[in-house]
Design a protein around this ligand. Structure first.
Ligand code: SAH
Ligand code: SF4
Ligand code: F3S
Length: 464
């Protein structure tokens, strides 16, 4: 593709510029990429790392580096605050190292008030770009290297998908794969559609090619990424369903496991359930964000399903795939949420019995419809509901986790255990984690493990 070629040319140019600096100073130049937010951002960061390594920077895990880049998230206010906190610290580091460059990208940068604040209060930042033009990073880097002013390039939206830029994976044996970008759902609390733009799907051939290349490079598990994978392919010139895409991916030889996220309940098809039930590679795990158990609140959230519809869907899934693990996201304290609405949320948690749930306190995002809704809930009420919900979720998760005790399951070994180096840590198909005695040579392999003891959210096991 024309654009890809252009960016590779900029990588060459950046490499020359950096080479000169390295020779002048007689030392390597380091970089540090800090990622906030979701798996999309994590995957984007792997692309940034891939580009920086190609240019000749050396990765460092400290922010005391020559090039520091923050890939930001803005889904909740505390994600933003973290970035400002980090930036404050960088100012001092940059004073000590005149060669230091600082870049900011990701979802937060798509908000005009954020960029304004950085221009005014953090003028030492060298480069700001957004989510739509991340593929232009090599070009922007060259501009920033040649300029002594802040370089800013933010696009409102795009329909462009640029393929085949380098990426450096964090794990050798597993990888995220974007299948679509953006979101069209406009849940009333959510900023993502505003900062990630309209939904666009990659062509199936591009996805399949990427996965084949990943598999040839040692990958055994892929995580297909999209804000709503269930609407994959609807807007392609030749429409393809998500289930059809999965069926094609399943045929790739050498690929062992397929995961995906996130599934919006309103678009989850019978066809998908069918394909999952018969698949040998699709993991027995479905992340199915419910957000609230109250039909009233769901309506105000613009989720487009009722409590009853969600429960019926869960029933259908559990009947077709009895050993499926279900996880979810829940928001507490959405504007207008009454105690009765909250009881509905507790009720749905008790009925579905999730393997785990991410629980969030509602965060007001300016520009979203919910931000101007009446009846914002007082902090102490929300906190109290949050604590009650968390307790319920944890109690149930512990019980659900324990049902596998004593069974033998295939486990993909991911790493040496952080606390005890005699142990390795791996993941079951249903996404539960197990620690068991083992050595580094097992990393990336799928082995049978007996789940000896459930410790609440994870297992202690033994290789069979
Ligand atoms: N596309 C995914 C979610 C992406 S954001 C989906 O629809 O499921 C991840 C989670 O963050 C959401 O599921 C939601 O629970 C939470 N979230 C999003 N906006 C939020 C807000 N304003 N306040 C609190 N939590 C929020
Ligand atoms: Fe946000 Fe809803 Fe889109 Fe998920 S589906 S990213 S919650 S708007
Ligand atoms: Fe955050 Fe952007 Fe993901 S706002 S959750 S990093 S899509």
């Amino acid at each position: 593709m024309e654009e890809t070629k252009r960016q590779y040319e900029y990588m060459e140019r950046a490499k020359e510029l950096l080479q000169k600096k390295k020779e002048e100073l007689g030392r390597p130049f380091t970089f540090c990429v800090q990622t906030f937010g979701c798996q999309m951002n994590a995957r984007d960061s792997e692309k940034l790392v891939g580009i920086l390594e190609r240019i000749g920077y050396v990765e460092s895990d400290s922010e005391n580096a020559d090039f520091v880049i923050y890939n930001t998230c803005t889904v909740r206010e505390n994600a933003n605050q973290k970035v400002y906190g980090h930036l404050g610290k960088l100012k001092g580091l940059k004073k000590k190292n005149p060669h230091m460059m600082i870049a900011l990208c990701g979802c937060m940068m798509q908000e005009a008030h954020v960029v304004e604040k950085i221009k005014n209060s953090y003028s030492f930042v060298n480069l700001i770009f957004g989510t739509h033009n991340i593929y232009k990073f090599p070009e922007l880097l060259v501009t920033a290297m040649e300029s002594d002013r802040m370089v800013i390039d933010i696009w409102k939206d795009t329909n462009k998908i640029v393929e085949d830029l380098p990426a450096e994976r964090k794990y050798k044996f597993k990888s995220g794969v974007n299948i679509m970008f953006g979101c069209n759902n406009f849940c009333s609390y959510c900023i993502v559609p505003y900062v990630r733009g309209r939904e666009r799907s990659r062509k199936p051939e591009a996805i399949l090619d990427e996965i084949r290349r990943l598999v040839a490079d040692g990958v055994v598990e892929v995580m297909l990424l999209g804000q709503n994978v269930n609407s994959y392919g609807k807007n392609l010139e030749e429409p393809v369903t998500f289930a059809q895409l999965l069926t094609e991916i399943e045929k790739i030889e050498g690929l062992e496991r397929i995961r995906f996220m996130t599934s919006h309940p309103k678009d989850l098809s019978e066809e998908l359930i069918e394909v999952m039930a018969h698949s040998k590679k699709i993991c027995k795990h479905l992340h199915l964000p419910v957000q609230s158990g109250s039909t009233d609140i769901l309506k105000k959230m613009n989720r487009r399903y009722t409590k009853e519809q969600y429960l019926a869907l869960v029933d259908k899934i559990k009947t077709a795939i009895p050993d499926i693990s279900l996880t979810t996201d829940i928001i507490v304290g959405f504007p207008g949420e009454t105690e009765e609405d909250f009881q509905d949320t507790l009720d749905i948690v008790r009925k579905v019995r999730y393997d785990s749930a991410f629980t969030f306190i509602y965060s007001k995002r300016s520009g979203t419809p919910a931000a101007v809704m009446e009846n914002q809930i007082p902090e102490d009420v929300v906190k109290n509901r949050f604590d009650r919900l968390l307790k319920e979720v944890q109690n149930i998760a512990t019980e659900v986790c324990a049902v596998h005790e004593g069974t033998v399951q295939p486990v993909l070994v991911e790493q040496i255990n952080h606390q005890d180096t005699q142990l390795v840590t791996g993941r079951l198909s249903n996404n539960l984690v197990v620690h068991f005695p083992g050595t580094a040579d097992l990393i990336g392999k799928i082995v049978d493990v007996k789940l000896k003891e459930c410790k609440g959210f994870y297992y202690i096991g033994e290789q069979i």
